[in-house]
Design a protein around this ligand. Structure first.
Ligand code: FEO
Length: 395
């Protein structure tokens, strides 16, 4: 529990979740996270921007009390997801004069998710502003970054942009601002991969809008704030661009060593051709690491043994998740081994409708790989090299 001043009359009052390791019961967050919340005191009115996860509402309330906040006029909700809204009902009980300020879509979701009554809301439109007296809240709708109701709040007098999830990172840290050595890059990339990547196209448009605003501080609702926002804006611009790297990812499972031998051979063949390659032994992999690599790899090769008549469920799961986060990979293929028969290729391909990649000829073999199978893997490595050359990423 800590109250930290960002600028005069602007405070960080959220909570740090040092020990959380899983988000949505799905997403690994090895560095914990924070649920940031901000108090802005104007000459006439006081605003709270975003609340916190319900598990941490007592910390938010304690911080507000520590700061001596007697009245909240506006409780701005930039996003309805419960890790930022879950404490709103308790705040409304404690501060009965407070109104929840948000857009129509977010209001509707907050009413559904948290049963907040209609009369508690002030609905704002894109570009609308509310004065606190000497400080202005300016609202900017940002639909599908990453939910349909997401929005940002700008404080023009102080050049601060509150972006909620956008530009966030699941990182528990005592630092209010990112440190000068930019050690936040990997955490932010993981966050982008796991949360934001499915909305790459929408994000491209909003990056330009953020650049036009030219904020001095970006204050997300997870992780530290950015005092040099061009760093994170440029990183996002790179991630959402169509650019890919000369890299092949090989998520795989092997039960008795045949598929592992194929992976080992393919990895070596790609390295010998000057292509970066990352194998992921899925049963031992933090799936977030695979997601991070999918941000900018050119090619993914799923490698699966056949269990009964289909791909191993570990690979099915990875393919399903990869499809869900819409990576910009340009090429894909499938390798693996079976005992008697199976539909591994059709099954994995069918799981990837969102991946607009060109499928290269798969190498699916019977039993342990033999000489002709290694030649087929060399052919696949040659295909990948040629394709990477065609899109200009081979140095
Ligand atoms: Fe951090 Fe979409 O909630």
């Amino acid at each position: 529990m800590a109250v930290m001043q960002i600028k005069p009359n602007i405070y960080s009052v959220g909570a740090i979740d040092w020990n959380r390791r899983l988000f949505d019961e799905l997403i690994p967050i090895p560095e914990g996270t924070s649920y940031n919340s901000y108090v802005i005191k104007g000459a006439e009115k006081t605003a709270l921007i975003d609340a916190v996860d319900p598990s941490k509402e007592s910390e938010l309330i304690a911080n507000l009390q520590k700061l001596g906040i007697k009245k909240i006029d506006y409780l701005v909700s930039n996003h309805a997801e419960q890790d930022h809204s879950g404490a709103i009902p308790s705040i409304l009980k404690l501060y009965p004069d407070a109104k929840v300020v948000t857009n129509q879509k977010c209001k509707s979701m907050l009413m559904d998710l948290l049963l907040i009554p209609d009369e508690k809301f002030i609905v704002i439109a894109d570009g609308q502003a509310l004065s606190l007296g000497g400080k202005t809240l300016q609202f900017m709708l940002a639909p599908w970054v990453h939910w349909p109701e997401t929005m940002f709040t700008c404080l023009p007098e102080d050049k601060i942009l509150f972006t909620c999830d956008f530009f966030g990172s699941h990182k528990a840290t005592s630092e209010l601002f990112t440190s000068i050595d930019y050690n936040i890059y990997d955490s932010a990339k993981r966050y982008y991969a796991e949360i934001m990547m499915p909305f790459r196209t929408q994000i491209q448009k909003h990056i330009e809008k953020v650049r036009e605003l030219n904020p001095e501080i970006i204050a997300p609702s997870h992780g530290p704030l950015y005092k040099k926002p061009e760093f994170i804006i440029n990183a996002y611009a790179d991630w959402v661009s169509d650019n890919v790297k000369n890299t092949v990812l090989v998520p795989y499972v092997s039960m008795h060593g045949s598929t592992a031998k194929m992976v080992e051979y393919l990895v070596g063949a790609l390295m010998e051709r000057g292509i970066a390659v990352k194998p992921f032994d899925l049963p031992k992999t933090d799936i977030g690491e695979l997601a991070i690599s999918l941000v900018d790899a050119a090619t993914v090769v799923f490698a699966a043994p056949t269990v009964l008549f289909g791909a191993h469920p570990g690979v099915v799961y990875a393919a399903y998740l990869a499809n869900a986060i819409h990576p910009k990979v340009k090429f894909a293929s499938i390798i693996g081994s079976y005992g008697w028969a199976g539909k591994t290729v059709e099954q994995i391909k069918g799981l990837l409708p969102n991946i607009k990649a060109e499928f290269l000829e798969p190498v699916v073999i019977k039993g342990f790989p033999k000489e002709e199978n290694f030649k087929a893997l060399d052919r696949l490595a040659d295909d990948i090299l040629r394709k990477h050359g065609e899109i200009g990423i081979v140095k």
